[in-house]
Design a binder for this molecule. Structure first.
Ligand SMILES: [Mg+2]
Length: 317
């Protein structure tokens, strides 16, 4: 099967009619109509076999992940998903692989109401998938990393460290444990989009580990934070859970700040939508993260040591 046949067979069906699509797949470029009174938010992410996912990952999980990591960025921006493009580089074109990849991709695309409008497939020694997503927000309402202010509370949208735990199980040869799921099948937190947009002041998705990603948000906002280690949501059965929660990547949960004046509205809306959230700290003037314990004592593990004690788990082997 050549490139054109592959595109026609597996990817053309993913390009359905969608809002604002005047011309999708099949021309030199897509022609899209941006909704009136909205701005576009664009994000792109590449995943590479052996670096961002193990080389023996199931193709459906690769397709899902390629889109999930991008959608997670749109969620963190408070943007509604609209369109995406896919560039796929493959060592060889195998029909069964492509069919499963396209199914994994499309399953999530349907859920997110995002439409494929273009793409490219090429041969390459290493399997890589690059997706560019386009979302829309009402003018001026995109949620940035730079909006946090002292006094804001810091929240995360779910348990941290489960993806790294799943990766460790995968590398250990496990293929059927339900604890693989957060790693195999990360779920971008789509239901948070309207709530974040209405109540949060700053947001980021947790892709590189909570400590690092919160650090990016604080730096962009030019503020510091206190974080209560006892309130970090993690799997306490796992002896490495704190390390994984703080420094493991690929969770695709959200970290966001809410001003105290909006806390009750925030809690009511999140509960009505049946979303879980955990308050983990507070924004303060200054710089950096001050890790604390619930009893107010400074954290012995992390204080003064930076993050170098914990290397990011490697999957390159
Ligand atoms: Mg991100």
């Amino acid at each position: 099967m050549n490139e054109f046949e592959a595109i026609a067979r597996f990817f053309k069906p993913l390009s359905r009619e969608g809002a604002g699509i005047r011309t999708g797949i099949g021309d030199d470029g897509a022609v899209l109509q941006a909704p009136r009174d909205r701005e576009l938010v664009i994000a792109t992410d590449t995943i590479v076999s052996g670096i961002h996912f193990p080389a023996d990952f199931p193709p459906g999980a690769v397709g899902h992940r390629a889109l999930a990591v991008n959608l997670s960025d749109l969620v963190a921006m408070g943007a509604d998903p609209a369109w995406y493009t896919l560039a796929l580089a493959l060592p060889q074109i195998r029909t069964s692989w492509l069919a499963a990849f396209a199914r994994g991709l499309d399953g999530l695309a349907r859920k997110a109401h995002i439409h494929l409008v273009g793409g490219d497939t090429v041969r390459s020694p290493v399997l890589t998938a690059t997706i560019t997503v386009v979302g829309t927000v009402p003018k001026g309402q995109a949620l940035l990393r730079s909006g946090a202010r002292p006094g804001d509370r810091i929240f995360v949208s779910g348990i941290l460290g489960l993806a790294t735990q799943g990766l460790a199980l995968w590398q250990d040869g496990q293929r059927h444990s339900h604890r693989l799921r957060p790693f195999l099948h990360p779920e971008p937190r789509l239901p948070w989009i309207p709530i974040l947009r209405s109540v949060a002041r700053a947001a980021i998705d947790v892709s590189d580990g909570f400590a690092q990603d919160l650090g990016h948000l604080l730096e962009a906002s030019q503020v510091g934070a206190t974080v209560d280690l006892d309130r970090i949501p993690r799997d306490r059965r796992d002896p490495d859970s704190l390390k994984r929660a703080l420094f493991g990547g690929d969770d695709y949960e959200l970290c966001f700040t809410v001003p105290s004046a909006r806390l009750s509205v925030f809690r009511a809306r999140a509960r009505r939508a049946r979303l879980t959230f955990f308050e983990v700290g507070r924004v303060i003037p200054g710089k950096g993260i001050c890790w604390q314990k619930s009893d107010g004592s400074p954290s012995p593990e992390i204080k003064g040591s930076g993050f170098d004690h914990f290397a990011k788990p490697e999957m390159r082997r």
